[in-house]
Design a protein around this ligand. Structure first.
Ligand code: LLP
Length: 440
């Protein structure tokens, strides 16, 4: 499929060393010191499992690659908002990129200080703006003129000053899936440079607004440093123009979108740093990056049990207990995720199969025309690189229970989120006719 997210078209990136998420020992796959088979038996399936070691390896890789600048990593909460992961990010000194009041709530609850939180998004409500003002966040990333006017009004009423940056639209088209491109002129995201400059000028004289930075985010699953370099040049031009007028910004935020290796090709962070750092050296600016997928994607897997194997005409279907309700990416974007048996069985024929879920939709699949050793009912499969945009995009469609999430560190497994129950499914709902009807 052309331009599939993480599909085979994304070829211009470098070969990367994926973090050591899984290791085969004998016939079994391990995450850190724990057997995936044992985790599946202990916690049940479908199950998301995340390796903290793999997450921390990626944090270190970013910090090494950008050692030459003052870097603030603001983890993009939308990729995976689990509190266990967020609280580890807080401990490692990361900030957060949020896009809703709900994500603000999560980030604060996990211990990420307001001073490291950036609020993005094209449509923020007054209530969300007020909550973020109360949390004293680092900056609002403004995406419409109306938003800045409302922000000023709310800050004035509260008697506070609202720090902000404008998200500019640099009109850059990276090669990635059309649903996750955001930087081209015809996108709903960001503001054209002349409008942004006008807003900074207007805000400079308003006592309740503080221009603090500038923001750009060009898309997601990008494996080539070149569009980032172009985006950085664009924002630096604006920074210099404003500085000449006495409007001094503290930071440039280049957004997220750094691609991972779903299929052997991802963003080479060392190369990215080597391209970007020289442009920033001596500028006195803080560089903010908002990686989501790059920090957690390869660190997570989805474990699923085979329920049945079924042949239909020339097709073979492997039916699993996870599908589009647990991992939407394959059916929504045509995304590729590696799938392997958790335990290697001897003498299995390698077949071309569709791995499909139990949901009542033909589009419910985890993989199509995939060559894997033919599994048997009851065995476990692992869907890899599922740590980002996995659980967070899960749904209760077909009244399915959202899965449990487990975090692994060394030989410890921590239940970071319980599997939902039937009672969770109906929480907050009301029966219309609670009184028993009289018998006819
Ligand atoms: N910053 C902003 C302003 C964003 O909109 C996003 C993602 C990020 C940072 C983080 O991007 P990342 O580093 O994770 O690529 N559901 C899609 C991805 C949508 C991304 C939306 N914005 C997927 O499953 O591929």
């Amino acid at each position: 499929m052309s331009n599939a997210v993480g599909g085979t078209e994304a070829r211009q990136g470098g070969p990367v060393d994926p973090p050591p998420t899984l290791e085969r020992r004998g016939r079994e796959l391990f995450m850190e010191e724990l057997s995936l088979r044992e985790l599946a038996l202990r916690f049940g399936t479908p199950l998301y499992v995340y390796s903290l070691r793999a997450v921390e390896t990626k944090v270190r890789a970013f910090r090494q690659a950008f050692a030459g600048v003052d870097l603030l990593l603001a983890y993009s909460v939308k990729a995976n908002g689990n509190l266990a992961l967020l609280s580890r990010f807080a401990r490692l000194g990361l900030g957060a990129d949020i896009v809703s009041g709900g994500e603000l709530f999560r980030a604060l609850k996990a211990g990420i200080p307001g001073s490291k939180i950036f609020f993005a998004g094209v449509g923020k409500t007054d209530q969300e703006l007020e909550e973020a003002l109360d949390a004293r966040i680092r900056a609002f990333h403004v995406e419409t003129t109306a938003e800045l006017y409302r922000l000023e009004e709310l800050a004035r009423r509260k008697g506070v000053r609202a720090p902000f940056g404008v998200r500019i639209n640099p009109d850059i088209l990276p090669s990635t899936h059309e649903y996750i491109r955001t930087g081209q002129a015809q996108s709903k995201f960001g503001l054209a440079v002349p409008i942004a400059v006008g807003l900074y000028r207007w805000a400079a004289s308003r006592p309740h607004l503080v221009p603090r930075g500038i923001d750009v985010h060009i898309g997601s699953q990008i494996v080539d440093p070149a569009p980032y370099k172009r985006a950085l040049r664009s924002v630096l031009e604006v920074v210099r123009l404003l500085a000449k007028e006495g409007i001094r910004l503290e930071y440039v935020d280049l957004g997220g979108g750094f691609g991972i290796s779903y299929d052997g090709v991802g963003m080479d962070l060392g190369e990215l740093g080597a391209e970007l750092v020289p442009l920033l050296e001596g500028s006195g600016l803080t560089l903010v990056l908002e990686p989501g997928r790059a920090l957690v994607g390869e660190a997570g897997v989805l474990l699923t049990r085979v329920l049945a194997v079924k042949r239909a005409g020339s097709k073979t279907f492997v039916i699993t207990d996870a599908g589009m309700t647990e991992l939407l990416r394959p059916s929504h974007y045509g995304a590729y995720h590696p799938i392997r048996p958790v335990v290697e069985a001897e003498g299995r024929e390698v077949c071309t199969v569709d791995v499909v879920g139990p949901v009542c939709e033909t589009g419910d699949f985890l993989a199509r025309d995939r060559q894997i050793p033919l599994p048997r009912a009851g065995e476990f499969l692992v869907v890899e690189a599922a740590g980002a945009y996995g659980f967070v995009m899960a749904s209760n469609y077909n009244a399915r229970l959202r899965p449990a999430e487990v975090v692994v560190e060394g030989n410890q497994a921590f239940l970071a989120r319980e599997r939902e129950t039937y009672e969770d499914l109906v929480r907050g709902e009301r029966i219309l006719d609670p009184c028993p009807r009289p018998a006819p």
